[in-house]
Design a protein around this ligand. Structure first.
Ligand code: ADP
Length: 256
């Protein structure tokens, strides 16, 4: 098997006294699409936010392509907390799409998309515009380049947010309940765009979702979270149709 692109080793996360992740081991292979499912409050978002460096790790390590994310090795090979520069460098391989889009309201669609390539990656503006337009085409919004977010539907906003994440060419793309803030009639267009990206293959994906049909269609694996642990992890055919853990059986009865 190839080197995993992401590797969690005994990852634990506390918020004050509250243990939210309880010593999790987990891997994503290059190009693999993994859905994270489980009850609300079971730790899925925190698990993903640690990879995006939006929350600080309490204990354990996370590696991205063999580089520690939260740590650096000193000259004796001992792990010490990562410098900001190291963290930023390793983290640049990861992209995230949020529930509530997080677009800059004062920027046009295209400006939103080229902001990070130009300011974070230092890419030439002309080049960034070309890439940005290509990504807009991918999400079916070529005609909205000069529009402001307020003039878009929720589904269109989320498609812009997806284009903005894609333009950074992340090796791992995280989707945190990307359709849960949308009116039901707008969910399909966003799921279709995510399916297209998944079918193109090369980007590894972590998908937090309550849409079980979507998880079944898109994911190579489903990991079931309960109370800060991954209780069951396997192909959709096993997790959805031959669940073992009582908590997973209960969960599926409610969601399918
Ligand atoms: P899920 O995504 O499965 O719904 P979360 O990772 O959002 O779960 O939350 C897991 C637990 O961590 C919950 O009990 C939640 O209240 C708590 N939590 C999440 N973020 C914070 C925070 N910033 N401060 C304190 N507690 C938090």
């Amino acid at each position: 098997m190839s080197e995993p692109i992401v590797k969690y080793n005994n990852v634990t996360k506390y918020f004050d006294d509250l243990m939210v992740l309880d010593g999790i081991d987990f891997e994503i292979q290059p190009g693999e699409k993994v859905a994270l499912v489980g009850p609300s409050g079971s730790g899925k978002t925190t698990f993903a936010r640690l990879l995006m460096t939006l929350e600080e790790i309490t204990d354990g390590t996370i590696e991205v392509e063999g580089d520690y994310l939260w740590h650096e090795e000193d000259s004796n090979g001992e792990l010490k907390p990562a410098s900001t520069e190291h963290l930023r460098k390793v983290r640049s391989n990861i992209g995230m799409v949020f529930q509530h889009f997080h677009l800059f309201p004062h920027m046009t669609v295209l400006e939103n998309i080229i902001e990070a390539p130009v300011t974070v990656k230092g890419i030439d503006k002309k080049e960034a515009i070309k890439d940005g337009k290509e990504m807009l085409e991918k999400v079916g919004l070529s005609d909205k380049a000069d529009t402001y977010p307020a003039q878009l539907s929720g589904g269109q906003k989320q498609r812009v947010a997806i284009a903005r994440a894609l333009v950074m060419k992340p090796k791992v793309l995280i989707f945190d309940e990307p359709t849960s803030a949308l009116d039901p009639e707008l969910v399909g267009e966003v799921l279709d765009v995510i399916k297209d990206i998944a079918n193109q293959g090369e980007t590894s994906m972590l998908l937090i979702t309550h849409e079980m049909d979507f998880a079944r269609e898109v994911a190579d694996r489903i990991a079931f979270f309960d109370a800060g642990k991954i209780v069951e992890d396997g192909p959709p055919s096993e997790i959805l149709y031959n669940p073992q853990a009582p908590r997973l059986k209960e969960f599926l009865e409610r969601f399918m």
